[in-house]
Ligand binder design. Structure first.
Ligand code: OVM
Length: 416
């Protein structure tokens, strides 16, 4: 297996990406992917991983990195070998106790995983959520109108956050405070990473967030019409346990906000950066859904989840033992030139089917139809009501161990 360490890779970060050594036949990287220099600019690192081979050994964390599209897909397809029940973060639940109660959907394998997944699939299926389109379009129009009146605003806080924070609590049926929704999402995702400053900071907020969460997810604190009530109704019918209904609500709160916020701001940034694509979308607002999909490939909001080997297995020339962690680099796989032509070109008419922005296999994003509906509705409204989007100042990054997205993106928009 060749070790790649070109001049470009040498200079992008504070130290070389590759150590010039191999470990069990794979290139070794001493670089820590969970640092601000890589969060700021992951592409050079991703390209290096893609070049290096099927697996790279991340020495700093004692785990493997998989970035190539085919490898990522094959790992995600083989849930028996690459299990989720030992956690999808760097911590192996076989060795350390999870800080949150283990999720019976995200952090579970079949057969435990199956009944709850089936109920979630049904409650937020494309057909079940279609009824939300008209209301969400109204909300999107109001929001975009409000932004147009401002003229200059922050595309993250004023739009990308505001839209999901308005539509989701209503759809889930939350009655209580929305204040902790984004902090809770941030917290949940960052603790999948290693023991670093970001994670320790998240831990310090855990008591307040978990106390808030405990109230939000209770049956009595949900309206009778939202997704939450439907999970509890499934429990009443005996399809899942009462506790699994709570886990489902908790999963929507954890997974369903920060992810779409990041994708919406990424779409706005991409449209501002590729005026030809913006022109295409304006000319044909029905490309809104495809635009959202291409954004998921182009700038994937969830960069990394892990799997743990439940038995020994060979990838490329590397023999993995039972109990090893593999970091799955979704964002990198979505830029693999072996799979994607011109991967860093944002092309809303590209054939995006098969991207791994929502993952792949039995754990593929359960909320993907809700996310797509949000994206489609908002981008369609932008295409109709807005003539131009300009980024006026550099974005800032919201640092998170596994999510990638902007904290702020100053823009101006003009009315169509
Ligand atoms: C959960 C959960 C939380 C965050 C993300 C997620 C991407 C699931 O509580 O099950 O899936």
């Amino acid at each position: 297996m060749e070790t790649v360490a070109t001049a470009a890779y040498e200079t992008a970060y504070s130290k070389p990406i590759f150590a010039g050594r191999t470990f069990r036949g794979a290139p070794v990287s001493e670089l820590d992917p969970f640092t601000t220099e890589i969060f700021d600019d992951p592409r050079v690192f991703h390209d290096a991983l893609l070049n290096a081979g099927p697996l790279v050994w991340l020495e700093r964390h004692g785990c493997w990195a998989a970035a190539r599209y085919e490898i990522v897909r094959s790992i995600l397809s083989d849930w028996k070998t690459f299990c989720s029940s030992r956690g999808v973060g760097l911590d192996d639940f076989g060795k350390v106790k999870p800080i949150r109660k283990q999720s019976e959907i995200l952090e579970a394998d079949p057969p435990d995983h199956t009944p709850l997944r089936q109920v979630i699939n049904r409650v937020i299926s494309p057909v079940a959520i279609k009824r939300l389109t008209a209301r969400w379009t109204e909300i999107a129009e109001e929001l975009v109108e409000c932004c147009l009146q401002k003229g200059s605003f922050d595309a993250v806080t004023n739009l990308a956050e505001e839209f999901p924070l308005t539509v989701m609590p209503e759809a889930i049926g939350l009655k209580l405070s929305r204040d902790y929704l984004l902090p809770y999402g941030s917290f949940v995702f960052t603790i999948f990473g290693p023991d670093n400053e970001l994670r320790r900071q998240a831990f310090s907020q855990a008591p307040a967030l978990l106390k808030w969460l405990d109230q939000q997810v209770r049956r009595e604190n949900l309206t009778s019409t939202g997704f939450g009530a439907e999970f509890y109704a499934a429990a009443d019918r005996g399809e899942i346990t009462e506790y699994q209904a709570l886990v489902a609500v908790r999963a929507l709160l954890g997974a369903g906000l920060d992810t779409t916020v990041n994708t919406i701001s990424a779409a706005i940034e991409a449209l501002a950066s590729f005026p030809d694509q913006w022109a295409k979308l304006r000319a044909q607002p029905s490309l809104a859904r495809a635009t959202f999909e291409e954004t998921l490939r182009f700038d994937s909001p969830l960069q990394i989840f892990f799997r743990t080997t439940s038995r020994s297995v060979t990838i490329g020339e590397v023999e993995l033992q039972e109990g090893e962690k593999v970091a799955i680099f979704f964002g990198a796989a979505n830029h693999d030139p072996r799979r994607w032509t011109d991967p860093y070109k944002f092309d809303i008419e590209r054939k995006t089917a098969g991207h791994v922005g929502f993952g792949h296999g039995i754990h593929t994003c359960a909320g993907q139809f809700v996310a797509r509906l949000e994206g489609e509705v908002l981008l369609e409204v932008l295409a109709r009501l807005v003539s131009s989007i300009q980024v006026t100042d550099p974005k800032t990054i919201r640092y998170n161990n596994v999510l990638h997205g902007a904290a702020s993106l100053p823009v101006t928009m003009e009315r169509a």
